[in-house]
Design a protein around this ligand. Structure first.
Ligand code: 13P
Length: 308
């Protein structure tokens, strides 16, 4: 018998809907998730929107379709809920580039300088930091701080972008997103030649040479908003491929071009309908953050949410 993929997926979607009700679960999905995961989610968003949403969820269970640090944030911000990450191995190489030990060494080198940590970091690193940022609010948060000098961890590209939009001194960390780093200046130039009328939009985790070629720089949801409001019809998209699902859905009359074949985050794509079904069936994998790390990391996240 021939394998019928559509019937297989439809069956999983039915199971997910049923299990969601039975377990009183709410599904959050990042803009980079597979199309079929975004289609069954209760809410899709960027890191900031999902953090805000996680605080407000009233259901007993939050299933976080994203990567580990995102589920950790939900568990920190809404500690009375059961937070599930469908695939245990869904991590973030960028988050792994900063450790609390290395950060403590950095703090010793720059005593008294506050640490601004990108949300793509572990709870332990957040606990060692002063305030958190996402790509959507990094510039605003840094500019709202009173200090004239900050340490920015772990993304060097986002940190550089922030440094170009503030008069503060930004001390950088040598971290990068393993997906966005793949996009090169040459690829963008080539794509621009192929589509001269297209606007180039990119995520601030891209290299600075790539960001120099943009018409607009924003978080994933910022890119979605920009395209929706723009009268333009063609866009070159400098971020992870998962964003194309909502871009196309929200703008059926517009055209999108990915400038590189290497803009897919393997970790984000680990979550499948099968794993989501198993997650709801077996209540796996629970993400918890122990005290006192949780309380310290919560403060770091809440300081950000109080600003924007
Ligand atoms: P945003 O969720 O802020 O758009 O950032 C994307 C990202 O790189 C998440 O890891």
């Amino acid at each position: 018998m021939k394998f019928n993929e559509t019937a297989y997926k439809d069956n999983l979607v039915d199971q997910i809907k049923k299990l969601k009700k039975e377990t009183d679960a709410y599904i959050l999905a990042h803009n980079y998730q597979r199309d079929e995961i975004q289609a069954v989610a209760d809410l899709i968003g960027d890191s900031l929107e999902l953090s805000r949403a996680a605080v407000k969820v009233r259901n007993k269970v939050i299933v976080f379709c994203g990567v580990h640090f995102m589920a950790e944030c939900a568990a920190i911000l809404n500690p009375t809920k059961t937070v599930l990450l469908p695939v245990k191995e869904a991590g973030c190489p960028l988050a792994d580039m900063a450790t609390p030990e290395k950060l403590r060494d950095m703090k010793k080198k720059y005593p008294g300088v506050p640490v601004v940590c990108y949300v793509n970091s572990s709870a332990a690193v957040k606990a060692e930091s002063d305030i958190c940022v996402t790509s959507a609010n990094a510039v605003k948060v840094v500019n709202a701080m009173k200090e004239k000098r900050i340490i920015f961890i772990p993304d060097k590209n986002l940190g550089t972008y922030v440094s170009q939009h503030t008069d503060k001194e930004v001390i950088l960390w040598e971290g990068f997103c393993a997906t966005h780093i793949n996009l090169t200046e040459e690829e963008v130039v080539k794509m621009k030649k192929l589509h001269p009328g297209a606007k180039f939009l990119a995520h601030p985790e891209c290299r600075k040479e790539v960001l120099a070629l943009t018409d607009h720089i924003a978080s994933t949801s910022g890119i979605l908003r920009y395209v929706k409001e723009s009268p333009e019809k063609e866009f070159i998209i400098g971020t992870e491929s998962g964003i194309l699902y909502r871009l196309k859905q929200m703008n059926p009359d517009k055209k999108f071009y990915l400038p590189s074949q290497h803009l897919t985050c393997a970790n984000m794509k680990l979550t499948t309908l099968g794993w989501l079904t198993r997650s709801l069936k077996n209540m796996q994998y629970k993400v918890t953050v122990k005290e006192p790390i949780a309380a310290k990391a919560r403060r770091t996240l809440e300081r950000m949410l109080e600003i924007v």
